[in-house]
Write a protein that binds this ligand. Structure first.
Ligand SMILES: C[S@@+](CC[C@H](N)C(=O)[O-])C[C@H]1O[C@@H](n2cnc3c(N)ncnc32)[C@H](O)[C@@H]1O
Length: 292
């Protein structure tokens, strides 16, 4: 490979992504180059004349090729920001979405005890539980998932962002605990003040599962039966038993599922307290309360 400067490689990479129809090609090229070089993006502009090593040149090319093949940028750089936390992610977890931040924000407005015990069901990367632990350091938080892979990702995020050597410096009194289990099957009666979940909620036959970023995300994190509501039914049923009296259930759902979720949680004996929307204004979560 002939000598090539950072500026030239950036132009080349941007052109390759643009030719492949990638929106935001320049920014993506910068992010992927900075990742390969292990430098901040500003380095590309501070030292445009620096000659790229053969190894880095090949790494950048491989990343650009993977991006052109459709692999989500979060998986390529193994990071996605959620609630201002730079979370580690890999292909065993869903890439955290901004719509989930809306549900977290709503839950933080609830009147909950200072020493609340909360569980994030289907924690994936730990996006929800990490945000709650940072915002409510006195809460006792549990991250639960059926699979070991996601729980390893949560562990890494706890160590990186909340543990003794945390870079955030915002350490909760108790670090979130991890539990490998099917929804609330392993949990005792009346032990939680809050059950929160962004469960799988896409219909099994939805063609979007085979398109865009979704193609690369774990099917086990996305699909939930013929109507997409199988896991929500299961969680609502189990949460009634595991929540303390007056405890809250917060569930994210698909934009066309809110009425269905309301019927499910009311059928399970909850009172609906909030019907939430995401930043696009679409129905996105339901918060319900357990009553006597
Ligand atoms: C949509 S992802 C949510 C990940 C993360 N909470 C977020 O919001 O980014 C759903 C998660 O639920 C987990 N899951 C699916 N079925 C489950 C079950 N029966 N019991 C427990 N966890 C389950 C999946 O492994 C996946 O990590």
């Amino acid at each position: 490979m002939p000598d090539i400067s950072l500026a030239q490689l950036l132009v080349q990479s941007t052109a390759a992504l643009t030719a492949a129809g990638q929106a935001g090609a320049r920014l993506e090229a910068e992010v992927l180059m900075a990742f390969a070089l292990e430098k901040p993006r500003s380095y590309l502009y501070a030292y445009p004349e620096v000659v790229v090593s053969e190894m880095h040149g090949q790494q950048v090319k491989a990343l650009i090729d993977e991006r052109i093949a459709g692999r989500p940028i979060a998986y390529l750089v193994q990071e996605r920001d959620f609630w201002s936390l730079p979370l580690y992610v890999n292909e065993q977890v869903l890439i955290p979405r901004p719509e989930t931040e809306c549900m977290v924000e709503a839950v933080l407005q609830l009147s909950l005890p200072e020493d609340s015990v909360v569980v994030d069901l289907g924690s994936g990367s730990g996006a929800i539980v990490m945000a709650l632990a940072v915002e409510r350091p006195a809460w006792v938080c549990l991250a639960s998932d059926r699979l070991a892979g996601p729980l390893q990702v949560v562990k890494k995020n706890i160590d990186n962002l909340l543990g003794a050597d945390a870079i955030s410096g915002n350490t909760p009194a108790k670090l979130p605990m991890l539990l490998q289990a099917e929804w609330l099957c392993a949990c005792a009666e009346a032990c939680f003040d809050l059950v929160i979940s962004n469960p799988p909620y896409i219909e099994d036959a939805d063609p979007y599962l085979d398109r865009g970023d979704l193609r690369f995300e774990p099917r086990s994190a996305l699909a939930s039966g013929a109507d997409g509501l199988g896991d929500i039914r299961c969680i609502a049923e189990q949460a009634r038993r595991s929540l303390k009296l007056g405890g809250y259930l917060a569930l994210e759902h698909g934009y066309a599922q809110q009425q269905g979720v309301v019927e499910i949680v009311e059928g399970a004996g909850f009172e609906v307290r909030e019907l939430g929307r995401d930043l696009a204004g679409l129905p996105r979560y339901v918060i319900a309360q357990s009553h006597s």
